[in-house]
Write a protein that binds this ligand. Structure first.
Ligand code: CA
Ligand code: CA
Ligand code: CA
Length: 708
């Protein structure tokens, strides 16, 4: 084979033997490639075994295995007049194309020779990368993302199409006995949820691997391998169709790339925004919103949008690709086929926060717990510093005192249920009388008395927090024991519900150092429990640990260096899982004390599924942070931090951060607070609220989120 037949990524410029990469027979590459000959194990925790790919492809110079942006081939240059075939649409913060040329598929096609410049063979190993947003499809309907069609015979050479929950990759296999179409099907691909998704299909011989949103790949092995020499002579690429009107693509397409020679996931994943992970997208789609230069419609497609206002207009062939903006529901709809398809759901946005209720409490309040008892209503339990704590009930849009319970320097409340039973546990800091045992109390809701009644007392040691959780149908309670006398290095205890005795019984102890908070969460089938450790007797710079439930007990999973950690908050954004720690104090009795030791970073970690560990995502400067609370409004996600002390004053702003994708969390609202201890977010039928407690004054406040 002469280099005259080679593709540009296999040009004479590179020193590699012509034809290496996808043109070499699969048995040879490791032997003929002068670089590292070993295979690499790629992919980390694959569900179905590890996929082996040769380093030959991976170690090629990037200029030789350039991604071929197929979508960009049908996008006219920026300055040209609007094309009838594409409309640019922004949805959920990202731009994509709606392919409106349903009547003339040829508008969105180009000859294969345009990208296979010097070589008319389709790569033998490759990845196809697609970012798309598809709408609900009727069960049996199929839509094509792209095809390569041999024009003279109308034979489909390569194609990708999907139905409501399946993705099909099609290719022509030619053997001596003739040619036939092979279909590789991936089941249960959740594409039609009106979200953006990024798919990477990696093909190598008979192995077909699909990665959705940088998650764990699904591998399908097929007897018929992808052909080594699939000729592209006389063929055309069709975007969003199979050269016919039937099965045309009705969703939005943002990325369509062919990467010869390797699995593109290694270049794209992990990604900060896995649904929109990028290998290559047309430049016009790349602009991020929010910058002033983006305000004007500088691209002809945007100016070409036809939006109808007023009552629901007709949607038929003639209105196809028209928009209708429904003012009353604040929804934007696109006419596709004969149907109006919602483009942007009516979004609510957090505009500002206003004070709604100031709640005088008998004494300062530490933790607050807001919860709903079915058929009773919304309640808030305040852990009050002195001899009693108050349960409030939401009546006519305000919290009013409902029940008072005797507590002792209560630190936190935890609401939980076991079957139909409703419980509330309090963490008491001190014994009732000097010399007595320290007891924390579990109360049970009496449906007859409509009150909480004492249910079980448990010996605790300066208890700071209770966490309740369920694993495989069994109920657990974990207490954070802070210290015993002056000793902070003591055991915290996990109790298990015994359904026969109806009591919680000690099940496991875990060594903790000034434990302050437990946080439970699950990832797939795994259960995790993280402890916030504050102090080991000399320093607040201590490890806080995360445990995983394996074979009937919690075992150490990962440790995080923290500074007086007071709270862990776990939250999801889409498929991503985050864990925020509130660092309250940097102090070391053996080092020289710094005077700004309350002004320190708190950290947000993100679970890296491939590495199976949490990695730092963002540092946020905080002022003796004691709590993080995650909440969402419409499609926006927020974190609010309880800043309690800046080293001089308890009068410090607590801050609401908004999730801004690539930028992470960005401060959007500063809320003046005094000794802020705990935040709770809750919704009622009338609105969304935040509530915070003060550990320094007998006043808690309810804030209302004003939205538009
Ligand atoms: Ca907790
Ligand atoms: Ca929290
Ligand atoms: Ca909280």
């Amino acid at each position: 084979m002469s280099c005259g037949r080679c593709a540009p990524w296999c040009s004479p410029r590179s020193r590699q033997p012509c034809g290496l990469g996808w043109l070499t027979s699969p048995a040879e590459p490791a032997a003929t490639w002068p670089g590292s000959p070993e295979s690499v194990l790629w992919g980390g925790p694959r569900a179905t075994g590890l996929l082996r790919i040769t380093t030959a492809a991976l170690s090629l110079p990037p200029t030789d295995l350039r991604p071929l942006d197929i979508l960009a081939e049908v996008v006219p240059p920026r300055d040209s007049s609007p094309s009838g075939g594409l409309r640019m649409i922004q949805a959920q913060g990202a731009r994509g194309f709606h392919l409106s040329a349903v009547d003339s598929p040829r508008l969105l096609s180009f000859p294969a020779s345009r990208i296979f410049l010097h070589c008319d063979l389709f790569p033998e190993e490759f990845s196809i990368v697609v970012t798309l947003k598809v709408f609900n499809l009727p069960p049996k309907k199929n839509e094509y993302v792209f095809t390569v069609v041999e024009e003279a015979s109308d034979t489909l050479l390569v194609g990708l199409r999907y139905s409501s929950d399946k993705l099909h990759f099609l290719f022509l296999s030619q053997e001596l006995s003739g040619s036939w179409q092979t279909r590789v099907t991936f089941q249960d691909v959740p594409l039609t949820d009106n979200q953006w998704h990024t798919l990477v299909l990696a093909v190598s011989e008979g192995s077909f691997s699909l990665t959705v949103d940088c998650s764990v790949p699904t591998d399908v092995m097929v007897d018929t391998p992808f052909p080594m020499s699939l000729t592209m002579k006389g063929s055309r690429f069709f975007i969003g169709s199979r050269r016919r009107k039937k099965g045309t693509f009705t969703g939005l397409l943002r990325q369509l790339v062919l990467l010869p020679g390797s699995d593109a996931t290694s270049q794209m994943c992990p990604s900060r925004n896995s649904r929109l992970a990028v290998l290559s997208i047309p430049s016009v789609l790349r602009d991020l919103t929010g910058r002033p230069e983006d305000e004007r419609p500088h691209y002809p497609y945007e100016a070409d949008m036809k939006v109808t206002l007023g009552p629901r207009p007709q949607c038929s062939r003639t209105e196809d690709a028209r928009f209708w903006f429904d003012v009353s529901r604040r929804g934007l709809y696109l006419c596709v086929g004969n149907e109006w398809i919602s483009m942007i759901e009516a979004k609510v946005k957090l505009d500002y926060v206003e004070e709604y209720q100031s709640l005088s409490t008998p004494s300062e309040t530490l933790g607050i717990e807001v919860f709903t008892i079915p058929h009773v209503g919304l309640l808030a339990a305040a852990a009050n510093r002195q001899a009693s704590s108050t349960i409030y009930k939401w009546v006519d849009g305000k919290f009013v005192s409902y029940q008072i319970l005797a507590t002792h320097q209560a630190q936190a409340w935890k609401y939980f249920t076991i079957g139909k039973k409703v419980f509330l546990a309090v963490a008491n800091l001190e014994p009732k009388d000097k010399g007595q045992q320290e007891l924390s109390v579990i109360y049970k809701w009496s449906p007859r008395k409509l009150k909480f009644v004492t249910y079980q007392r448990i010996v605790t040691h300066s208890a700071r927090d209770w966490e309740a959780f369920e694993i495989a149908g069994e109920s657990f309670l974990a207490v954070a024991n802070h210290r015993q006398g002056d000793n902070h290095n003591i055991d915290s205890v996990i109790y298990k519900w015994n359904p026969r005795s109806g009591q919680f019984e000690a099940n496991q102890t875990l060594a903790t150092s000034g434990a302050y908070d437990w946080e439970f969460f699950t990832v797939g089938p795994y259960s995790f429990l993280a402890v916030a450790n504050t102090f080991n007797g000399t320093s607040t710079k201590v490890f806080s640990h995360m445990y995983v439930w394996l074979l009937g007990s919690f075992q150490l999973f990962q440790s995080f260096l923290t500074f007086g950690a007071a709270d862990w908050e776990v939250f999801h954004i889409g498929e991503r899982l985050f864990l925020a720690v509130a660092n309250s104090h940097s102090y070391d009795s053996e080092a020289r004390v710094q005077n700004n030791s309350y002004t320190i970073n708190s950290v947000i970690y993100e679970l890296n599924v491939t590495a199976q560990m949490f990695v730092k995502f963002q540092d946020i400067p905080t002022y003796s942070a004691l709590d993080w609370e995650f909440f969402s409004v419409g499609e926006d996600y927020f974190l609010v931090v309880a800043n309690s002390f800046d080293g001089e004053s308890f009068s410090v702003n607590s801050i609401i951060y908004r999730w801004q994708g690539y930028e992470g969390f960005v401060a959007v609202h500063h809320l003046p607070t005094f000794g802020c201890r705990d935040w709770e977010a809750f919704n009622t039928t009338t609105g969304s609220y935040l509530m915070y407690s003060s550990a320094k004054e007998p006043l808690s406040r309810v804030l209302r989120l004003k939205m538009s």
